[in-house]
Design a protein around this ligand. Structure first.
Ligand code: PLP
Length: 384
């Protein structure tokens, strides 16, 4: 297995700088080809040690609230800072307008509440809900019935949008550009009257930009970039600037979680207890749910030795899944869970007093560098 793994203290996330740069090159090329602006959605990936690198390729960050906005402002210096939150508190809003250049509201009510405070140099936007589902998983579908995310067409009837400079929609999750195209068709059918240069444009339409949200799996092999380019060009023909704000696509397949086997036990099947936990360190395995790949493993019973891999917490359901290997697993063996840069570090928790994994970067030159280690204090400090 990978030579750098031998000396690595686990559990540890390892960010793969080379893979990250490959993703960033694709996103940069998209920006150059279409003139659109690409933002990192920090919700998926907030390892800020990489922000200076990321900022060399894309236009900035977007945030889900004050803390992410601050992080983007501080760590990706000189780049754009956008924020969208389902609802702002007055306290946070006062801070946000000092550091964000784009503030996006989730409802007309929020816009009315805060519009008087927005300074000249901050562009205000409104998130809309095109009400067009293109996927079946309700927890990842902002267009699902009764969604709180984005103003519906009905919400905007007879509303005065003067002062709103941009619209935003976010409806996708790990999807290709065909789903974007379906969404965009619906967006234009419903909200086209707000776009300058459209046939039925309402008088005084002053929109400057449209944000396509995230969920675009742009850096996945086989993603249809040309269709995305056509979508962007279509919106630019209305005279609008286009933003996309992928999270996953920035760090897709750009990291691992390295874990060690602590014990092997047998209860009608072989079970390996690891020093990493699904519940604490890969919560999406349980929440989404999905099955992460492990370097050198297969589905159960494909290779000679099958194990159930489980975490080191007291939660009975702290199970990552069943996997088969060519060799017997033994105490001290290391495993590399794939695609663990996204929605992992940002979702960590210390349930059961579990230690947080360290964070390392596998540099372009093949050297691993530990950039953060955590300890007991990190557990204690968030409790009282
Ligand atoms: C989650 C989210 C994103 C990023 O989504 P990915 O699936 O990680 O690309 C972008 N914008 C908004 C508003 C989001 O909620």
């Amino acid at each position: 297995m990978n030579y750098w793994l031998n000396n690595l203290k686990t559990p540890c996330y390892v960010i793969d700088e080379t893979a990250m740069i490959k993703n960033l090159e694709i996103l940069q090329a998209l920006g150059r080809q279409t003139g659109c602006k690409v933002l990192l959605a920090q919700k998926a990936f907030s390892a800020f040690a990489l922000y200076p690198l990321i900022g060399e390729y894309i236009s900035g960050t977007t945030a889900s609230g004050l803390f992410e906005a601050k992080l983007g402002f501080e760590e990706m210096q000189g780049r754009e800072v956008h924020v969208f939150s389902p609802a702002y508190t007055e306290e946070d809003f006062t801070e946000l307008i000092k550091i964000c250049d784009h503030v996006i509201f989730n409802s007309f009510g929020q816009w009315e509440k805060f519009r008087a405070q927005i300074p000249e140099n901050v562009s205000a936007g409104l998130r809309v809900n095109p009400e067009k589902s293109t996927q079946d998983i309700a927890i990842y579908d902002p267009c699902a019935p009764f969604s709180r995310l984005g103003a519906t067409l009905e919400n905007l009837q007879d509303k005065d949008l003067i002062g709103i400079e941009g619209l935003h929609f976010h409806t996708l999750c790990e999807q290709d550009s065909d789903a974007l195209e379906v969404t965009l068709d619906e967006f234009i059918r419903k909200f086209g009257y707000l776009l300058p240069r459209s046939e039925n444009a309402c008088r005084g339409s002053r929109l400057k930009w449209l944000n396509f949200g995230g969920g675009h799996h742009i850096t996945r092999e086989g993603y249809d970039i040309e269709r995305l380019v056509r979508c962007i060009e279509r919106v630019k023909s209305y005279g609008l600037e286009v933003y996309v704000e992928p999270g996953e696509a920035v760090a897709l397949n750009a990291g691992w979680l390295a874990a060690s086997v602590l014990d092997i036990i047998h209860n009608e099947m072989d079970i390996a207890v690891l020093d990493a936990s699904a519940a604490c360190h890969m919560p999406d395995v349980i929440e989404m749910p999905y099955r992460p790949n492990i370097v050198g493993s297969e589905l159960p019973n494909v290779k000679k030795y099958t194990y159930r891999l489980a975490g080191n917490t007291c939660l009975a359901g702290d199970i990552i899944g069943d996997y088969s290997f060519d060799h017997k697993l033994k105490e001290g063996d290391k495993l590399l869970f794939c695609d663990m840069a996204i929605y992992s570090m940002v979702k960590n928790n210390t349930f059961n007093g579990m230690a947080l994994p360290s964070i390392a970067v596998l540099r372009k030159d093949g050297k691993t560098e530990i950039i953060k280690e955590f300890g007991y204090e990190d557990f204690k400090n968030r409790l009282s």
